[in-house]
Design a protein around this ligand. Structure first.
Ligand SMILES: CC(C)(COP(=O)(O)OP(=O)(O)OC[C@H]1O[C@@H](n2cnc3c(N)ncnc32)[C@H](O)[C@@H]1OP(=O)(O)O)[C@@H](O)C(=O)NCCC(=O)NCCS
Length: 258
């Protein structure tokens, strides 16, 4: 598995570009041999986190997604995957400690997949969610969505509402993940109604005493998933690398298959 990824990475020309965000969509359910290879790449802290999962499936997903994350970031940073060092922001957002690389990243897990966003010079956030019918959408939307977002949601037909809820949820999550602010940013202060209406666009967020401009694109995902990417600053090209079931609703290049 590791050598396959190395070949793919080498073929993609993994130079970070200031106006581009790369999205890697990778399976996080792998066989035991691959899991062993990924395990060798992890730090002691990551190994401890992996071992804290009770379910073998969750442990395996963590090992694979963090192993792949290291391989991908290593290619951008021109460093060995094992040598990468991570720090954690005040609300838990992981980052590379090597500032010279100017590489920012973010990770999201759902339904046996990991979505890894990589940008150069600006922070990014990604989110994927499985569209689940047992979620109390009305209650959550009432508590956490802005008024305009709730109006948009109410305008949808009953068969579009569940998907609409998860589309908004992932956009808002990608925004707070780009800012790294976690739930310290009140979610109903983020108004993403025009993003969900247009598929992509910019939002200025005034939160925690700071003004941040985010550019956001929804991802059109198959397989019962919703997803979005947010980057700090101006519009970015979205380059998608992974199975061909993912499309950015802004300006993506054709996806490449692993
Ligand atoms: C933890 C949180 C960052 C995302 O959680 P999530 O959506 O459940 O999980 P995801 O799989 O998308 O993301 C988890 C990854 O985000 C990264 N992450 C953790 N804290 C982060 C932060 N503050 N900012 C950005 N990324 C963060 C980590 O890499 C983590 O992966 P790891 O645990 O394997 O290291 C946070 O936003 C949260 O708790 N959200 C609560 C969900 C909620 O109430 N949403 C309402 C939306 S309307």
């Amino acid at each position: 598995m590791a050598s396959l990824f190395e070949k793919v990475l080498a073929a993609q020309g993994m130079l970070g570009r200031a106006d581009r965000v790369d999205l890697w969509f990778v399976p996080s359910e792998v066989g035991l041999n691959d899991r062993d290879q990924f395990w060798q790449l992890l730090s002691n802290v990551e190994k401890q986190r992996a071992l804290s999962f009770k379910l073998d499936r969750d442990r395996g997903r963590f090992i694979a997604s963090h192993g792949v994350l290291r391989l991908i970031l290593a290619a951008y940073c021109r460093q060995s995957a094992k040598a990468l060092d991570f720090s954690t922001g005040p609300q838990g957002k992981p980052a590379l400690t090597n500032p010279a690389a100017r590489i920012a990243f973010n990770l999201s897990h759902a339904a046996g997949f990991a979505l890894i966003g990589v940008s150069c010079g600006s922070a990014c956030g990604v989110d994927i969610e499985e569209i689940r019918s047992h979620v109390s959408t009305t209650e959550i939307a009432g508590r956490f969505f802005a008024e305009t977002e709730n109006r948009w949601l109410d305008s949808l037909s009953p068969d579009q509402r569940l998907k609409g809820f998860f589309r908004l949820w992932t956009i808002k999550e990608a925004m707070i993940k780009a800012m790294g602010s976690g739930l310290s940013t009140p979610l109903n202060d983020l108004d993403a109604a025009h993003i969900v209406q247009n598929g992509a666009g910019s939002v200025t967020v005034n939160a925690n005493g700071k003004e941040t401009v985010l550019w956001i694109s929804e991802l059109d995902l198959a397989g019962g998933l919703a997803g979005a990417v947010a980057v700090e600053g101006r519009e970015h090209v979205v380059r998608i690398i992974g199975p061909p079931l993912i499309h950015s609703l802004s300006n993506s290049r054709p996806s490449m298959t692993l």
